[in-house]
Design a protein around this ligand. Structure first.
Ligand code: DSN
Length: 402
């Protein structure tokens, strides 16, 4: 019997291939990643961890029989991701997604009621970085550091808030921040504020920029942060999923927080696909791809600037940028632009901007990313033309608002 679902999948496949995809957190995986995701590993239950990893740590391995190849693929996946980031940090590849990775990371070193210092959702942070509507804001006290008038992280504010609030964990990382994050500087600030009675954990959520870190086009948090979380599907171009890296001394806590702390059976088919993505991320072609993503992003942001738009922070160092309509197009919400462009087969998302006046469901800006269309082969020239096309559509649309 042919399932109805395949008709829907075919429509989605067509949409993805025909639309222009500018959502900064999306990408197009390779056929091999898709193949591993759709493999027989989806049938296998294997709560626990490969026994080999726990020699000397007293763990018992898996809770099910028949895990011989699941063990092999999970260990291979871990080995390859350590190779990608050239690190001896411990890595757990079981988190189902970025949110689950962050949940387990917090759980491994924090107790409910502890204070975390992070970037506010409105300024580019993430829901799981302490938002009041999310577990992170409900379980922990959150203090947010600010961005300056132009939208750059205010590192002096991080220093001041560590001194004032003595957070148990300082979190760096963002979902909508277009500039390099100075992990070295935050590490130094933490060190300067630490003594034998107080030292906060330093956690980095590199979900958006992980591909740039892998390609050495962004400062690496390895060697500085205690815990590093990421997703595998954004610039890393793998299957949807999460991972947690940590200093070896936190390995037992982190693994325990993932399983049995917060998850059940790992998704072995996704872990197999994560391993394929890691193989791909080790290649010179992947490094060239990431360099193109960054080059294309700058070209597109510069074109918007040349056409009179305001880009938050004035530009970009990575794979995304934010267009702020507050001053140039005061009648325009991010939601209206998102909906209007949807009708022209251009997909992006509305986004809050610093000092946002509208609600998160409306917003005054949009976020644009170049990772997905670069995978499709678009060049800097193509992205410039795309900026011109979006400007034309916005200009026409704006006239209708008079
Ligand atoms: N929802 C993702 C993004 O779009 O940035 C973050 O989890």
């Amino acid at each position: 019997m042919e399932s109805e679902v395949f008709k829907i999948i075919e429509k989605e496949r067509k949409r993805q291939s025909e639309n222009v995809e500018l959502i900064a957190s999306e990408n197009f995986v390779s056929e091999n990643v898709l193949k591993a995701m759709g493999s027989c590993f989806t049938n296998k239950y294997c709560e626990g961890y490969p026994a080999v990893r726990y020699d000397g740590l007293g763990r018992k391995g898996r809770y099910y029989g028949g895990c011989i190849y699941a063990d092999e693929v999970e260990e291979y996946c871990r080995k390859k991701w350590k190779e990608v980031f050239k690190t001896d940090y411990h890595v757990n590849v079981q988190p189902h997604a970025g949110s689950q990775a962050n949940f387990a990371a917090f759980m491994s070193v924090l107790s409910p009621g502890d204070t975390i210092l992070a970037m506010d959702l409105n300024n580019g942070g993430h829901l799981t970085h302490g938002s009041s509507v999310n577990f992170s804001g409900k379980l922990y006290k959150t203090v947010f550091y600010d961005v300056d008038d132009k939208g750059f992280i205010d590192y002096d504010d991080i220093d001041g808030k560590i001194k004032k609030h003595k957070p148990r964990l300082v979190l760096a990382g963002a979902s909508a921040y277009s500039r390099e994050i100075d992990f070295n500087r935050i590490g130094r600030i933490i060190k300067e504020n630490s003594d034998e009675t107080y030292r906060p954990y330093f956690m980095v959520d590199m979900a958006h920029i992980a591909g740039l870190v892998a390609a050495e086009l962004h400062q690496s948090p390895f060697g500085i942060a205690d815990i590093i979380t990421t997703t595998t599907h954004k610039t890393l171009r793998g299957p949807r999923g999460g991972m947690i890296f940590c200093k070896p001394e936190l390995a037992k806590q982190v693994d325990g927080a993932v399983f049995p702390g917060s998850q059940g059976g790992p998704l072995m088919h996704v872990i197999a696909a994560k391993a394929v993505a890691a193989e791909e991320a080790c290649t010179p072609e992947y490094k060239e791809y990431i360099a193109d993503v960054v080059r294309n992003c700058k070209a597109m942001a510069d074109e918007f600037t040349a056409r009179g738009y305001e880009i938050v922070t004035g530009g970009t160092d990575n794979h995304l940028f934010l267009v702020d309509f507050s001053n140039t197009h005061p009648k325009l919400s991010g939601k209206a632009v998102q909906d209007m462009l949807d009708e022209h087969a251009i997909t992006l998302n509305k986004n809050c901007v610093p000092n946002e006046k509208r609600s998160p469901t409306q917003t005054s800006g949009v976020r644009i990313g170049t990772a997905a269309e670069t995978t499709k082969g678009k060049t800097a020239e193509d992205f410039v033309k795309l900026a011109d096309r979006i400007d034309e559509l916005i200009t026409e649309y704006y006239k209708t608002l008079d």
